[in-house]
Design a binder for this molecule. Structure first.
Ligand SMILES: Cc1ncc(COP(=O)(O)O)c(C=O)c1O
Length: 419
């Protein structure tokens, strides 16, 4: 996004909330899961859908393509991509599937994921290797993480030990733990070993400044419908020029064997309107003060919120260096809450076999139950995640969040602790 920002149009915090449809009776500190679409972006989409209905034939024949191209251009500029290397896809899951279902794997190949890889993408990897009779490996990300190098070294080490590793899928920002993986260093080091890197940037656009051509991954997919305020069903797949000819959309259609970007356009009769709102979404961000304005509001708010929550609940933040913390999501260890087995002996203090067994008795199911309970009993939408044998609270912050939101969350959790 060009940072020759005009004056912000909106005041962030309580005031901008009226620009969203969010229910005022709900405490919403989970923008990270499904985003929230500003009214003006939603209405833009509706206006396109209205135009389609007035005369579908004229729309598809004469209007759609030019609008699509304009939005590809705007997207490419925003993420630092050559427009020839990027295409719209419905979501990051589709981006990951597109890559993994195009790569021709041999039975001796191994695909590497890790213990923080998003579940649906891990299943996609499993599906790809099963079809080829290839193998899958998962690297356990060990806590605490003390530096970028620790993560890079762990990955390099495993790739050196297993020469069959053909491709590594790595999140730019992990979902359960909100860790910013040092993908630039990872790509550089893994390329030295001849390993392909697919970056799952589902959470990155809008949180991190991107320059995809400079980053130089093999493949990069990212969502616009999380942190860029685009309508749901709006994401992209970027493919390094050297692989462009070997990647085709999952759906073959009219533009078969055309240029990369064009092949992804018009995969049968469909609603392209979410993609056509990219420019409007990016303009909304500019009107919030751009990446810098949003960051100024949100980062200090979350720094404060995580301290406040840790202090009040007697718990700690995820043990990672600040440089690896996602700008708009923070993760803290859940304290023991009445009726929920949330936290157990940490790895550092697990002295007995029983400690270890107990720590691994915490499951995703417990996280889901607690998430449901917060919604049902407290109208509170917060993400509860599960990794390293613990339950964690992942809080999000964005343009409409305020200190009061996190204070209300604290009161709910304190009540649960005391019950
Ligand atoms: C790291 C990661 N990858 C992929 C996805 C899937 O995104 P989508 O449902 O938009 O495909 C998510 C969703 O939260 C995610 O966090």
């Amino acid at each position: 996004m060009s940072e020759s920002e005009s004056e912000p149009k909106y005041k962030l915090g309580e005031e901008i909330r009226k620009e969203f449809y969010l229910d005022e009776n709900i405490l919403f500190v989970n923008h990270g899961s499904y985003g929230a679409v500003p009214k003006r972006v939603f209405q833009k989409r509706q206006s396109y859908q209205g135009q389609i209905e007035r005369c579908p034939d004229i729309w598809f024949a004469w209007q759609l393509k030019a609008l699509y191209d304009e939005n590809i251009e705007a997207l490419a500029e925003f993420v630092g991509a050559d427009p020839k290397n990027i295409a719209f896809v419905l979501n990051s899951t589709t981006g990951v599937n597109t890559v993994l279902k195009n790569i021709l794997l041999e039975p001796e190949d191994i695909l590497l994921l890790n213990s923080h890889t998003y579940g649906a993408c891990a299943k996609t990897v499993d599906c790809a290797v099963k079809r080829a009779g290839a193998d899958i490996m998962s690297l356990d990300i060990i806590l605490p993480i003390r530096s970028d190098e620790q993560l890079v070294d762990q990955l390099v080490e495993v790739c050196k030990r297993h020469a069959g590793i053909r491709l590594v899928i790595i999140d730019h920002i992990s979902s359960p733990s909100a860790i910013v993986f040092p993908v630039e260093k990872i790509i550089r080091e893994l390329h030295k070993l001849g390993v392909l890197v697919l970056v799952d940037g589902a959470h990155a656009p809008g949180q991190l400044d991107l320059n995809l051509e400079k980053l130089g991954a093999d493949f990069y997919t990212g969502n616009l419908h999380k942190w860029c305020f685009a309508p749901r069903g709006s994401a992209f797949l970027w493919v390094n020029k050297k692989h462009r000819d070997s990647i085709q959309p999952l759906v073959t259609s009219h533009n078969y064997q055309q240029d990369f970007t064009l092949q992804f356009f018009f995969q049968g009769t469909m609603d392209h309107s979410s993609y056509l709102c990219t420019k409007e979404s990016l303009q909304f961000m500019r009107d919030c003060g751009g990446m810098k304005g949003i960051k100024d509001h949100t980062e200090s708010l979350l720094d404060w919120a995580q301290q406040m929550l840790c202090h009040a609940l007697g718990t700690s933040i995820l043990p990672i260096p600040p440089s690896l913390q996602a700008p708009y999501m923070r993760v803290l260890r859940l304290p023991e809450l009445k009726g929920y087995n949330c936290t157990t002996a940490s790895e550092e203090t697990a002295h007995s076999v029983m400690d270890v067994i107990k720590s691994y008795s915490v499951k995703q199911e417990d996280a889901d139950n607690l998430t449901d309970y917060l919604i049902r009993e407290h109208n509170c939408i917060a993400a509860i995640t599960c990794f390293s044998g613990h339950l964690w609270l992942r809080i999000s912050g964005t343009v409409y969040n305020t200190k009061e939101n996190y204070l209300a969350l604290k009161d709910i959790l304190l009540k649960m602790k005391a019950e």
